[in-house]
Design a protein. Structure first.
Length: 166
């Protein structure tokens, strides 16, 4: 009976571990493998994804641009295709100052166990979208981003990040 209980607990633990999204962890920007518009890359771009007890994915991106100016993005979203508030350094300051809701939202919809489609909106208008996935070996996070420039040109960007922590 004790052996059966131990095996049942071990199976449950393995199953629960398998359900943790592959994206959970810390990721550092890999400029050499990314495909971005011409120009300087950020000095630093680190992303951290964690999972709350209720299945909410919490994402934080810390970026120091080529000029040395720091920025951040943060969201807490479930993978259900719904829009969730997304804060950046400016909208967080406005929220703290006067309670203003952030104009940006983030949504993601699962494709498979390693891939989601994501959408960023500003004031209800899509400003960027693409796919985000973790490679089979779990060592890289990649995402595409289709954006439209101020001149109306559509660009398909590829961001690559290396896993640097759990």
């Amino acid at each position: 009976m004790k052996l059966a209980a131990a095996l049942l607990l071990a199976c449950c633990a393995c199953q629960a571990h398998a359900q943790v999204p592959h994206i959970v962890g810390t990721w550092t920007f890999n400029a050499a493998e990314s495909k971005l518009p011409p120009g300087p890359s950020p000095q630093t771009h680190v992303r951290r994804y964690s999972l709350d007890d209720d299945g909410t994915l919490i994402g934080v991106a810390v970026i120091v641009d080529a000029r040395g100016v720091p920025h951040f993005l943060q969201f807490a979203a479930k993978p259900d295709g719904r829009d969730y508030p997304e804060f950046d350094d400016r909208s967080a300051a406005n929220y703290l100052k006067d309670g203003a809701k952030p104009p940006r939202t983030y949504a993601e919809t699962p494709i498979d166990s390693r891939t989601v489609e994501w959408v960023d909106k500003a004031d209800g208008r899509v400003i960027a979208h693409g796919r985000k996935w973790v490679t089979e070996d779990g060592q890289q996070l990649r995402f595409t981003s289709e954006v439209t420039t101020a001149s109306g040109e559509k660009l398909e960007l590829l961001y690559v990040f290396d896993r640097t922590g759990t």
